[in-house]
Design a binder for this molecule. Structure first.
Ligand SMILES: [Ca+2]
Ligand SMILES: [Ca+2]
Ligand SMILES: [Ca+2]
Ligand SMILES: [Ca+2]
Length: 313
């Protein structure tokens, strides 16, 4: 038998569960308002019982449970980047904002961007100057290093770190595609071993033929202490700045290097110290940025964040 819908029957049923489309004195969706068609205060997120809100001045319409604005298969209410396709929902520092729309994908709770260049204040190498975000590599398990230039053997671990394979006495590096006249790069690394004073881990910014370079990182000394180092060879002279600090082994060390014509700067921090080193060499021309280890150092890298710095400033 075909079921014939009746408003009267429906009205009885709705009344029986205490709900009416015509309004009532009770709120059924947990907000402060009454349960009727104007019940759309900004705290009204449910609407499981009363009719969908009509937005009015001063409040935010409910997210529809069915709208997928960017068409990535996740409805807006479940999507950590509503306007950019990111079916993988990667969120490196787990702050609820996906990597592809996070102005600092490697730093939690850092979403302000005062100069509106798309690089969040907390990770902007030059606040107030409009630079260009290039890439964020989160080193997720299963990622490949296709397109990267490598010396030695590198892989991405099951824990989500970029790591070199085995001990090597020579410079081992992994460099993503991209060439720049001016560049800033940031990483976070865990140093496991700095076996001698020549051992080094960190970022390097170098020319295409690798004959000129600046490196920003941590070098070894006796008994596991570190040297925070910015050093390089650019104009035929070796330049370096160095500070000797305490223990770093097993700690997470964050680095940011920026290199422009005439200068490099290297910021290093762990849980107890922050060092800022500057060097006076004169880089120019096309440069790449690498993560690397030297002289049997052992370390792993959590991410690489790359910004191209605007010319003329
Ligand atoms: Ca979506
Ligand atoms: Ca999305
Ligand atoms: Ca995030
Ligand atoms: Ca910015």
């Amino acid at each position: 038998m075909r079921f014939a819908w009746s408003p009267w029957v429906a009205g009885v049923a709705l009344s029986a569960i205490g709900c009416s489309f015509q309004g009532s004195t009770a709120s059924n969706d947990g907000d402060a308002g009454a349960d009727d068609v104007s019940d759309d205060s900004s705290t009204d997120t449910g609407d499981a019982v009363d009719p969908p809100d009509a937005p009015d001045a001063g409040d935010t319409p409910d997210a529809s449970p069915l709208v997928d604005t960017d068409g990535d298969g996740l409805v807006d209410s479940q999507d950590n980047c509503v306007e950019i396709q990111n079916a993988d929902q990667r969120d490196h520092e787990a702050d609820g904002l996906g990597d592809v729309c996070d102005p600092c994908p490697h730093l939690p709770g850092s979403n302000a961007d005062a100069d509106a260049d798309g690089i969040g204040d907390a990770c902007d190498p030059r606040p107030g100057i409009e630079d260009r975000f290039v890439a964020f590599y989160g080193f997720y398990p299963g990622d490949t290093l296709a397109g990267w230039t490598q010396a030695g053997t590198w892989s991405i671990s099951a824990e989500g770190y970029l790591q070199p394979g085995g001990l090597q006495s020579s410079w081992q590096y992994a460099r993503p595609p991209g060439r720049f006249a001016r560049v800033a790069a940031a990483t976070s690394m865990i140093i496991e071993s700095l076996p001698d004073e020549d051992a080094f881990v960190g970022i390097s910014i170098e020319t295409d033929d690798e004959s000129k370079w600046h490196a920003c990182g941590v070098g070894g000394t006796a008994m596991g202490t570190r040297r925070s180092m910015l050093y390089g060879e650019w104009t035929g002279n070796s330049d370096y700045e160095m500070l000797v600090r305490g223990q770093d082994l097993g700690e997470t060390v964050q680095l940011m290097q920026q290199t422009v014509p005439g200068a490099s700067a290297c910021s290093l921090s762990n849980t107890t110290t922050t060092d800022l080193l500057t060097g006076g060499a004169s880089p120019s021309g096309s440069m790449g940025t690498s993560l690397g280890v030297d002289d049997n150092a052992v370390a792993r890298f959590d991410y690489l964040f790359v910004v191209e710095l605007a010319p003329g400033q």
